[in-house]
Write a protein that binds this ligand. Structure first.
Ligand code: 5GP
Ligand code: MG
Length: 177
């Protein structure tokens, strides 16, 4: 393991994350018993969470990915998002679990969940590892939530800092980000 920068403050350990994901998977599996849901991972940040979550599930799952960018975060208050990569799985009549790393303003999910709902799925659920309520503009209903972390710029376990450090097993806050 590489040395961790001095300004990274530990927030969640790998063990804490693993234990919580096991609990979440039990709950999701119970809710979707007898079904074969489609898990939609939101790239890039959710790839590690998705990988751990689906391997803890006890129902068979199909997996797809979407990549969404919110443009003009600071300059544009319209909060438009762009779907850079959409899922290719037809989801009409299917149970969907959207898997997201972290919810900040809520903008990304607000728009993408609405888009998915228009395709006639049987249900759309949301699983998020972290909810960060401080800057929330939209409050998507999170069906399965790992942790609430009030604020801060977080890195690790899929979350990047300028494109790097997604591979850290735990979650850290970047001090003076
Ligand atoms: P939202 O649309 O909810 O404002 O933003 C969601 C996306 O912004 C997340 O999926 C994530 O990719 C990114 N993001 C939000 N907060 C953080 C954070 O603390 N650290 C990192 N690395 N990315 C974040
Ligand atoms: Mg994301």
């Amino acid at each position: 393991m590489r040395a961790i920068p001095d300004n990274y403050r530990p927030i969640l350990t790998a063990d804490q994350i693993e234990n919580r994901i096991q609990e979440m998977a039990v709950e999701i599996s119970r809710d979707l018993m007898g079904e074969s849901p489609v898990f939609v991972g939101v790239l890039k940040g959710a790839f590690i969470f998705l990988a751990d979550l689906v391997r803890a599930m006890s129902v068979p799952v199909e997996i797809d990915f979407a990549q969404i960018s919110s443009y003009g975060d600071e300059t544009q208050s319209s909060g438009r998002i762009k779907v850079m990569k959409d899922i290719t799985t037809p989801i009409a009549g299917r149970h969907i679990v959207v898997v997201e790393d972290i919810i900040d303003t809520g903008r990304t999910l607000h728009h993408y969940l609405n888009e998915l709902k228009q395709r006639g799925p049987a249900s759309v659920r949301l699983a998020a590892l972290i909810n960060k309520p401080e800057r929330q503009e939209y409050t998507p209903e999170v069906d399965y939530l790992g942790f609430t972390i009030p604020h801060g710029f977080l890195v690790g376990y899929g979350l990047d800092h300028a494109g790097m450090w997604r591979d850290l097993p735990g979650v850290y806050e970047v001090i003076n980000a």
